[in-house]
Design a protein around this ligand. Structure first.
Ligand code: PGA
Length: 260
């Protein structure tokens, strides 16, 4: 696990975009796992800039999103499909048929979830998965007590998540109670994971995920089990880390870093 502490949110976004760009340079037909929420907005803005100004090409890329609210169709302004379309997909050249976001309106959710897992397999698995972290330590909608081996499934949101996400809706009662989410096990199968976090509100979840025990109570702590995961944090999100000096030391001593 690598911990990269950046000065600002913009630096977090740029550093994460660099990893996405490197992945696409190495493998133009990479499979990207994508996340919604406030956190990755800066990353998506930077990817759009790289596409527009530097020709970063998404024409062979396939995407799989982490989760979706149950009950919201693609064209609902609070659906995650709509979010992805407005904030990334419509601005880049990823073919629409290569985009996968879990359906919030499937007739048979169990069958849909199995199909989603099978689709990921069919495309050869996810090369790079982008993650945020909830204030309750969740990744995707894997709320506390989710099995660390869980697969894509229907999941009931915690009240904390509903409260956190109410800011996107007219009123709290409008936030769906159920979601379809990739499982922790699904996420851990990706080749590489990058988790972005910014702001003081994430500091407790971040320290629990990085320095606490691996626990289903903080599903982001499962990243400790992954051989290639990077946390990109801004200063406030990193504010409670005990081993801060060591993470900075590692970055300074990295081969190629100035002074090494
Ligand atoms: P946020 O959500 O980026 O809107 O803070 C993160 C999450 O819940 O995973």
């Amino acid at each position: 696990m690598e911990v990269v502490i950046c000065k600002t949110y913009e630096d977090v976004s740029r550093a994460a975009a660099q990893v996405v760009a490197e992945t696409l340079n190495e493998k133009p037909d990479a499979v990207l796992g994508l996340a919604t929420g406030s956190t990755p907005l800066g990353l998506y803005k930077e990817l759009i800039r790289m596409h527009t100004e530097e020709g970063l090409d998404f024409s062979h890329v396939t995407t799989f999103n982490l989760d979706e609210y149950v009950g919201l169709p693609h064209d609902h302004p609070q659906s995650y499909y709509y979010f992805m379309w407005e904030n990334l997909f419509k601005h880049i050249n990823v073919p629409v048929e290569n985009i996968h976001v879990p359906s919030g309106t499937a007739n048979n959710y169990k069958a849909f979830c199995q199909w989603y897992e099978d689709q990921i397999d069919e495309y050869g698995g996810i090369d790079l998965q982008v993650l945020g972290i909830g204030s309750d330590g969740h990744i995707a909608f894997n709320e506390p007590s989710s099995s660390l081996m869980s697969r894509t499934r229907l999941k009931t949101l915690t009240e904390q998540t509903i409260n956190d996400n109410a800011r996107f809706f007219d009123k709290k009662e409008d936030v769906p109670v159920y979601s379809i989410t990739m499982g922790v096990g699904t996420i851990l199968d990706a080749e590489r994971l990058i988790l972005l976090a910014n702001g003081e509100g994430k500091a407790d979840a971040v320290v629990a995920a990085i320095e606490g025990p691996v626990s289903s109570m903080i599903t982001a702590s499962a990243l400790q089990l992954h051989p290639d995961s990077i946390f990109f944090l801004d200063e406030p999100a990193a504010g409670k880390l005990q081993m801060r000096d060591y993470y900075d030391w590692i970055q300074k001593k990295k081969p190629g870093a100035p002074g090494t």
